[in-house]
Structure formats: structure tokens, C-alpha cells
Design a protein. Structure first.
Length: 376
């Protein structure tokens, strides 16, 4: 009997040991996968565009782009060379042809490549071909890697404009190169500033980077991203169906109406602005919002009248005035002549067609021009 119990105990122990080993193996696999992809993206890269920039230490290149509205992810890595799957030690030792770089995944409908270029130039010394600041060697040199012909043209135009600005006494040597395979760096390099704030701040203060950039750019170092809606290209129907919820799609693309008193913004009391869910163009302000008792967000006037298109609507056996966005061509709602002063109008909108941006987030979202509306 004792022998039998020992055998049973031994089998239980072996089963537990096997489970622990399997768990450990699965965890190591996940960790290895994370190191392979660099960060843990939960998005489909095919839905977005990529921009790749080199500017010395990639720890310092990540934060300025991470805070931009429209940027989905920023990944530190290596590119430009022919060595496959290089390690940090191999790249910094030289001979791989790779440089430290960041790859930015961004939504072209919310931020332009031009804006990313403007932010990029404010992070580097484009006159130094031997490295960046205290980091010396080829792997720390600057470069713009274009992914298509449009990016190449924009990058070259941006560089020419910077040269003509006479901001620098020396020629700009940052090359503009065709993008090659981008290899994400090891996981401990990803989002380093957030993971290691003390070390990151010590590095930026003592590397000479901040002092140099402040001296070159001054108050212009913080670039305010702006939106160019005239260049907005409406996504395909397939993309819209992927990006919008069924309700958002039905309202904006099929002229639908959401339920009254059961929508996101009908009783929103926060201060800020409302933009088109498709294009991002600014439409209405909370300063012009009022409780119409209808159950939908209502405004006395548009924030930017040029972004509003009004059309006669004869559906449902009545004549109404439909309101659409100019650049996104989204159905927003209707306007009626039963509103309060000073306009006497009621812009009755669908929450599903709008995205609300609180006043505290206006600058970060690229709508800094509207901050003054909420100063008093």
C-alpha cells in the first residue's frame, strides 16, 4: 500500500512539474514574440501608414511622436543595412550598415506626413554626419527613410525649406533614403522614457541634446500639429466599415438617425469642440451647445461655418435642411429654425457622427487654435 501511495505521489509531482514547465515555456514564447515585434501592437498595420526616421539614440526619438494625435504606435529598431535580425550590440559595434531608428505607425486621416517631418527636424542635428550629440558613430547618424514616392518628395521639400530658413550655419547632411527592412529592437528598448524616466531624463540633460535643440529652435521647438482638411481623402467604403462602428457608419454614410436620449453626447457638459468622426474637421463648440430637450446634441451655430454643407432633404414626406461635413461628406443631422438667440437656429446633430475633444486636449490633438475659446 505504501509503495502504491508513493507511486501516486510521484505521478502527481511529475504532472505538476510538467505543468510548470509548460507554463514557463509559454511565457518564454510570449516574451520572445514581444522582443520580435518590439511593442505589442493591437492594430492592423495595413490600415495605417508608416514613417521611418533615424536621429541618434532611439530612446529620445520616441517620446515626441508618441504624444501626437493620430500616431498609433512608435517602435524603436534598426534599419538601413543588410544584416538580418541585428542585435543592439551588433548595430552599435558597427559593420551592419544599420542605424538606430524609429518607425511611426500613423493615421493619415488624423496627421500628415508633413507634420511628422516638422516634428522630426526639431529632434536632431541635421548638420552632423558623425553621430548625434554624445552618441558617435555611423549607427547614430540621422536619416529619413521614405516608403513611397510621395514621402520622398515631401521629405526633400521639407529639407530644402529648412535649408532656406538659414536656421543653421552649416549644410544639412541628413540623407533621404529608400526604406529597407525595419527590425524592431529588443523589448527593453521600447518606450524607454516611460519605463525608465530617471535614466531617460538624466541622459537628455547631460547628452547636450536639449541644450542644443533649445538653442536652435527656441520657442519653436514644440511644433503645433495642424490639420490640412483641404487635402483630406475620404477612405474607401471598405476602410470606413472597418474603422466605424455599425451605428457610426449607418449615420454618416447612410443618412441614418441614432436614438434620442440614448447617444453619447446629448447631455455632455464638458467644455471642448466636436469634430467629424470621419475627417476630423472641426464642426461645433460646447460654447454654442444647449439643451434642446430633444435628446440629441444641439448647437446654435457651427464652429467653422466653412466646414458645414446644407442641403434640402425631402425624405420622410417633409422638407428639412440636412447638414453634412464639407471634407468628410458625413451626414451629421439637420438644422431647424426653432433655436434660441442669438441665431434662432438649432443644429440637431447625431453623436455618432461626432468626436468630442476636451479643451485640455485641444493642443495635443492639433486643434490649439481653438484654445482661446475657453480661456474665460
Amino acid at each position: 500500500m505504501k509503495t502504491k501511495k508513493k507511486i501516486i505521489l510521484l505521478l502527481v509531482f511529475l504532472l505538476l512539474l510538467g505543468s510548470i514547465y509548460a507554463l514557463g515555456t509559454s511565457r518564454r514564447t510570449i516574451a520572445e514574440d514581444e522582443e520580435t515585434i518590439g511593442s505589442d501592437p493591437v492594430y492592423n498595420k495595413e490600415d495605417y501608414a508608416a514613417a521611418t526616421f533615424a536621429g541618434g539614440c532611439f530612446w529620445c526619438m520616441e517620446p515626441p511622436f508618441r504624444k501626437l494625435s493620430g500616431v498609433i504606435d512608435v517602435i524603436s529598431g534598426y534599419t538601413g543595412g543588410d544584416t538580418e535580425n541585428p542585435t543592439y550590440e551588433e548595430v552599435t559595434a558597427g559593420g551592419t550598415g544599420h542605424v538606430e531608428a524609429v518607425q511611426i505607425i500613423y493615421d493619415e486621416n488624423r496627421i500628415s506626413y508633413d507634420s511628422l517631418l516638422e516634428v522630426y527636424w526639431r529632434q536632431i542635428n541635421p548638420t552632423d554626419d558623425g553621430g548625434q550629440f554624445v552618441d558617435r558613430g555611423f549607427s547614430y547618424t540621422s536619416a529619413i527613410f521614405y516608403h513611397d514616392e510621395n514621402q520622398r518628395v515631401l521629405a526633400e521639400s521639407s529639407k530644402e525649406a529648412l535649408e532656406e530658413s538659414n536656421r543653421y550655419d552649416s549644410p544639412l547632411v541628413t540623407p533621404i533614403r529608400e526604406a529597407k527592412t525595419f527590425y524592431p529592437a529588443e523589448e527593453y528598448h521600447q518606450n524607454y522614457a516611460e519605463k525608465n524616466p530617471l535614466r531617460y531624463n538624466f541622459y537628455t540633460r547631460n547628452s547636450g541634446r536639449d541644450e542644443y535643440l533649445d538653442g536652435i529652435w527656441g520657442d519653436d521647438r514644440e511644433y503645433e500639429v495642424s490639420h490640412n482638411f483641404n487635402g483630406f481623402v475620404k477612405p474607401s467604403d471598405e476602410k470606413l466599415r472597418e474603422r466605424l462602428t455599425p451605428l457610426q457608419y449607418r449615420v454618416t454614410q447612410e443618412d441614418g438617425t441614432e436614438p434620442a436620449f440614448n447617444n453619447e453626447y446629448w447631455d455632455n457638459k464638458e467644455e471642448g469642440i466636436y469634430v467629424d468622426i470621419v475627417s476630423g474637421e472641426p464642426l461645433f463648440s460646447s460654447r454654442d451647445m444647449y439643451d434642446s430637450k430633444t435628446g440629441w446634441p444641439s448647437f446654435t451655430r457651427p464652429l467653422v461655418p466653412e466646414n458645414i454643407v446644407e442641403r434640402e432633404d425631402r425624405k420622410l414626406f417633409m422638407v428639412r435642411v440636412e447638414v453634412r461635413s464639407k471634407h468628410g461628406d458625413s451626414h451629421l443631422g439637420h438644422v431647424f429654425e426653432d433655436g434660441p438667440e442669438p441665431t434662432g437656429l438649432r443644429y440637431c446633430m447625431n453623436s455618432a457622427a461626432l468626436r468630442f475633444i476636451p479643451k485640455e486636449e485641444l493642443r495635443n490633438e492639433g486643434y490649439g487654435e481653438f484654445e482661446s475659446l475657453f480661456e474665460n
